[in-house]
Design a protein around this ligand. Sequence first.
Ligand code: PGA
Length: 261
Amino acid sequence: MGVAQLPLLAANWKMNPIDGGAALDLVKGILPVASEHSDRVEVALFPPFPWLLGVAEMLDQTGIELGAQDCFWEMSGAYTGEVSPAMLKGWCQWVLVGHSERRAYLGETDEMVARKAAAALSSDLSVIMCVGELDEHYVAGKGDEVVSAQVRSGLSSCSADDSSRLVIAYEPIWAIGTGKSADPEHAYKTMRLIRRVVGETIGAGAARKVRVLYGGSVNSGNVESYVELPLCDGCLVGGASLKAEEFSEIVKVTAAVYAHG
Ligand code: PGA
């Protein structure tokens, strides 16, 4: 449990749902509980690009925030298929950068992630930067090294001024979508490491303000074991955020942990 700001629950819908009506139904299902607890838990939804506008209209005045799952590092120009932070700024508060699926399937490098984060921050968006090690790194005891390098490179164009709008999500790749969530002790140690590296990269004061999340097979049954950890400021939720009831339960459990904290 971190202290700087409200805990954050980020719902990464990935490339789901394929139907716009279903996306709006999902928002409808999540809204009552998320709004009820918005004074205790910050909730941000990350739908696919085509649904952003419709979801933005539904979220207006609800206290629930909206984010995109990616952005480009230039603001406009000849970059076919890309979407810029300047374009997102009108209706999004957040953008996700460096998700492991983009690193794996689209060849995103640490340098690209750093440029995206800096561009989004310069457009006044808040950023969740994802980092995490592969199973083979974890097994070989190289997880810390990999994660530290990702954080250091990813923040290379950021400054202490960005810290209140910057979130790092630790997502061990072996835990994403596998049902094999990380042991909270392992998550805690890595989140502590991340905060230390943030401090070394953009300053100790900044490290206290940056929020650090856990992600990877989070559900209503295990979320408490993460959000109650010292230094954990919330979770990035994939699969479980596509079920309104399950995600609402995750919000309730998180709110309860912070109510007692
Ligand atoms: P998961 O995904 O909760 O389905 O494991 C998390 C993520 O990839 O952000």
